[in-house]
Design a protein around this ligand. Structure first.
Ligand code: SAM
Length: 278
């Protein structure tokens, strides 16, 4: 399958939108995936098949949705844009393995919306809500055990960054606390309709059991990264009574900055903070 097939799929998506009187809405991050090679690569990366439950956020024109169902998975897909309903009715007609829910996934309690489990989240995420959804799922939706998402390349870099790197921040800490993450592959702008200005990347995260005090660790990291340039003994004064003592008890240099502390360091700090107040 080569350039011809990709050109054909691109033309089909353009024709589909046109026939329904629609054009992609930038405000909703509508950059539709128009290359079947990439769609299939995402499905392969997710390793889903018969018996698996997949949640997708942002069905768009249903390309990835249909490919996931074709692989044998049961798919629940959320789409905020009601205008796409007739397109999706057409593309997904006759499928009983896909359930469309037209709602704003960023405002939804996904933990409540998804019964049972395990679920795999597979999505070409809308740029404006992508990071928030991934972090929210990791923190609050334990029945989602695997995540395979396409995001902006720079978002991928932030999710995957390790301590000491300029990209290391709160998203990296949340990912590091809850899962094992890897870069799957890079995606150029040309495969989308319309083309975004930036590169994209597919990231895979496998959930690990949540460590105790993960939320306390995230709250401490959030406070410190909120004042990234300050030493920890200064940036944590609002959330810890005696930051210097607690940092020392956790084995962290009080003059360090937040980018120096690995995810397990934030856990140690949360532990030391709990002991200091007990
Ligand atoms: N999955 C499709 C594909 O790969 O071509 C569409 C991907 S497009 C990047 C993102 C989709 O997410 C759009 O269809 C957009 O309308 C939808 N979307 C944006 N914000 C959303 C939200 N808060 N909840 C659910 N869907 C949303």
């Amino acid at each position: 399958m080569g350039a011809d097939r990709a050109a054909q799929v691109r033309a089909e998506i353009a024709e589909l939108l046109d026939r329904h009187g629609l054009s992609p809405r930038r405000s909703l991050g509508q950059n539709f995936l128009a290359d079947p090679n990439i769609t299939e690569r995402i499905v392969r990366t997710a390793e889903v098949g018969p018996g698996d439950q997949v949640v997708e956020i942002g069905a768009g024109t249903g390309t990835l949705t249909a490919a996931l169902a074709d692989a044998g998975a049961r798919v629940v897909s959320f789409e905020v844009d009601e205008g796409l309903r007739p397109v999706l009715d057409e593309v997904l007609a006759g499928r009983d393995d896909v359930e469309m829910r037209f709602t704003d996934a960023a405002r939804l309690d996904l933990g409540e919306a998804l019964e049972g489990g395990p679920w795999t989240l597979v999505a070409n995420l809308p740029y404006h809500v992508g990071t928030g959804i991934v972090l929210d799922v990791l923190r609050h939706v334990p029945q989602v055990t695997d995540i395979v998402v396409m995001v902006q390349r720079e978002v991928a870099d932030r999710l995957l960054a390790g301590p000491g790197s300029k990209d290391y921040g709160l998203p990296s800490v949340v990912v590091g606390l809850h899962g094992d993450a890897r870069f799957a592959f890079g995606v150029p702008p040309q495969v989308f309709l319309p083309q975004p200005k930036v590169e994209s990347a597919v990231v895979r995260i496998r959930r690990r059991p949540a460590p105790p005090r993960a939320e306390e660790a995230i709250a401490l990291a959030a406070a410190a990264f909120g004042q990234r340039r300050k030493m920890l003994r200064r940036s944590l004064t609002e959330v810890l009574e005696d930051p210097e003592a607690v940092l020392t008890a956790a084995g962290i240099d009080p003059t360090a900055r937040p980018e120096d502390v690995p995810p397990e360091g934030w856990l140690a700090l949360a532990e030391a903070a709990a002991e200091a107040t007990s």
